[in-house]
Design a protein around this ligand. Structure first.
Ligand SMILES: [Zn+2]
Ligand SMILES: [Zn+2]
Length: 67
């Protein structure tokens, strides 16, 4: 669900996404691939994050995660 608003992290007016953990509305630049904001993602690398997403997507589709 996309909506326009002010990013709760950088304050920029943009399309904002809701953080899956804290519920903050953050812009594309402040949300990670895992669907959580930079603040919640903390020190986790983008790489680790995208792996989580991949696992989740594959799990949702009932596919083998080793693919
Ligand atoms: Zn932002
Ligand atoms: Zn957050």
């Amino acid at each position: 669900m996309d909506l326009t608003g002010l990013c709760d992290i950088c304050g920029k007016a943009a399309t904002v996404y809701t953080c899956g953990l804290c519920g903050r509305r953050v812009c594309r630049g402040c949300i990670t691939l895992g669907g959580v904001c930079k603040r919640c993602a903390g020190g986790r690398s983008i790489k680790a994050d995208s792996k989580l997403v991949r696992d989740r997507v594959l799990g949702d589709r009932g596919l083998d995660r080793r693919i």
